[in-house]
Design a protein around this ligand. Structure first.
Ligand code: FE2
Length: 519
């Protein structure tokens, strides 16, 4: 008796403790939310990896301070301002650089400035390093000896008239090349012919040296060779040539313990567009996810009807009794976006090309999706792990989508009763119900004893032109075998269309105006 009472008390204490630790302090969550918002909506300012005076044999601390705080931060700031005005964009700086030709001149210059300096800081080392490693070996092979390379690099630097950079790059064919770029251009920009992957670069703008060297730019170039970060340039070379991710070390840290970047609204919209205009991408993703879930969640996996009559195959009893929201992962473009962003963080760290499908041709998007899937399979047990921050982001996103969907359907059904003039409108298609998953049936309407089916979707607005109504932002756009397509938005009401003449144009539903039943 005494023991039981003790157990009970202990349990109560545990519950209370759990409640306390689960309670977020409001300041913290706000901060986290803000930090998260920042990290997904903006290009970040990279930290200077040493003090302003650490490179005194090359540059004075006053120049370093101004260079970093005024010039570099200025580029990032102006870049973010310019990106705010752009709809279909990528927030991966390297991707922007690689696809620079599709951006305006402000973004071109400031993205270049941000990227060049971000690299430049890392290419310099406070500790003097002896030239070494695969890049050094390759230099000796190509230029005869290191002195000759220095001469050639210095000669090239001299040819830069006005502002620009001199680079050592790795060409597509795997050769080394010294080249220059004007202003804030970078060899990786697709606007540069015969560019390459930058291994080493030197800022030749006056702002980088004038205070210390005045007009003696040669002297500045000469001292540059004493601060080269050989570890970094060899790392860049290795990651580009070996293209192998060392899975055992940092990848684990990033995917499991690191912060998931998630996706902001504009990114989600971009991936929604890709999903809705490129069905092959969606098909490949769906298929891969189902196979991964089946394997990773083997203990929770039920085949069709095994869990109950009329139930779909999938994960059950995972985060809640019944069907798990995780089954919605395969058709969810927010999740798709999150996976691309988070995997790109890892790839970037290893200098591997990031996945880039924004603004690309359908066949490129498909190739990039295949790469994404390759990494999803490779890291499946890390990503789909309750401790992984990527997984937490995915689950909370799916949960929110699911709750919104439920609420939308309840409200739409209420309106449909008025529109059809009958109380016999029944919401079906609970999460995982075979009606929902297979046929996309959200509601059944009984009219004169005959059952009609409807799919309910969100929307933002409609547009009517030449007797055709286009409905925008309707989530997943695909064909459904239902009698009606219903669009609902709480502050705009419910639109019921006959599904007979439905068309999909540019990833949006269109209907003849007369097919709108409630005008
Ligand atoms: Fe600079």
């Amino acid at each position: 008796m005494k023991k039981m009472k003790f157990t009970k008390q202990r349990k109560k204490i545990e519950e209370l403790e759990k409640l306390i630790t689960d309670l977020p302090s409001s300041g913290d969550t706000q901060q986290i939310d803000e930090a998260k918002k920042e990290s997904t909506t903006k290009i970040k300012v990279e930290r200077l990896p040493y003090s302003y005076s650490a490179l005194s044999r090359f540059i004075d601390s006053e120049t370093m301070n101004t260079h970093y705080n005024k010039h570099y931060k200025g580029y990032v700031e102006k870049l973010n301002l310019a990106l705010e005005k752009i709809k279909d964009k990528d927030l991966d700086l390297e991707n922007i650089i690689k696809g620079i030709s599709r951006y305006n001149v402000t973004i071109h210059n400031n993205a270049g400035g941000a990227y060049n300096h971000e690299l430049f800081w890392k290419m310099l080392s406070p500790k003097q390093q002896k030239p070494n490693g695969p890049v050094y070996d390759k230099i000796v092979k190509k230029y005869g000896d290191y002195e000759k390379f220095k001469q050639e690099f210095t000669r090239k630097a001299k040819t830069v008239f006005g502002s620009g950079w001199v680079w050592l790059v790795l060409t597509k064919s795997g050769d080394l090349k010294i080249m220059t770029t004007r202003n804030q251009d970078n060899p990786l920009m697709n606007s540069i012919t015969d560019g390459g992957y930058p291994l080493l670069g030197l800022d030749l703008w006056e702002h980088a040296y004038y205070l210390k060297y005045r007009n003696k730019r040669d002297e500045y170039v000469k001292n540059f060779f004493t601060v080269i970060n050989w570890s970094f340039i060899n790392f860049r070379f290795d990651s580009k040539t070996k293209k192998k991710i060392n899975e055992t070390r940092d990848v684990k840290n990033i995917i499991i313990e690191g912060a998931s970047r998630g996706c902001n609204a504009s990114q989600v919209n971009t991936y929604r567009q890709i999903f809705n205009t490129n069905p092959e991408v969606k098909k490949k993703f769906m298929f891969a996810i189902m196979n991964i879930l089946k394997e990773v969640f083997a203990d929770f996996w039920y085949e069709k009807n095994q869990y109950g009559e009329g139930q779909m195959s999938g994960v059950y009893d995972y985060e809640q009794p019944g069907r798990s929201v995780i089954n919605k992962l395969n058709t969810n473009y927010t999740a798709f976006c999150t996976l691309v962003n988070d995997i790109n963080e890892v790839l970037k760290k290893y200098g591997v090309d990031t996945i880039n499908m924004v603004g690309q041709k359908p066949e490129v998007q498909l190739k990039e999706t295949e790469r994404l899937i390759k990494y999803l399979i490779e890291f499946r047990y890390r990503i789909f792990n309750p401790e992984a921050s990527t997984f937490k982001t995915l689950m909370s996103g799916l949960d929110t989508t699911n709750k919104f969907g439920d609420k939308r359907e309840v409200n739409a059904v209420d309106n449909m009763k008025k529109i059809f003039g009958t109380d016999e409108v029944l919401k079906v298609g609970e999460l995982g119900d075979v009606n929902d998953m297979l046929g996309g049936v959200d509601a059944i309407i009984k009219i004169d004893g005959i059952e009609k089916t409807a799919q309910i979707k969100p929307f933002s607005r409609t547009e009517e032109k030449d007797g055709i109504i286009t409905v925008y932002d309707t989530g997943n756009v695909k064909r459904y075998k239902v009698d009606y397509l219903v669009f609902h938005r709480d502050n705009k009401g419910t639109l019921v269309f006959s599904n007979k003449n439905t068309n999909i144009v540019n990833g949006n539903y269109t209907f003849p105006a007369e097919d709108l039943l409630n005008k």
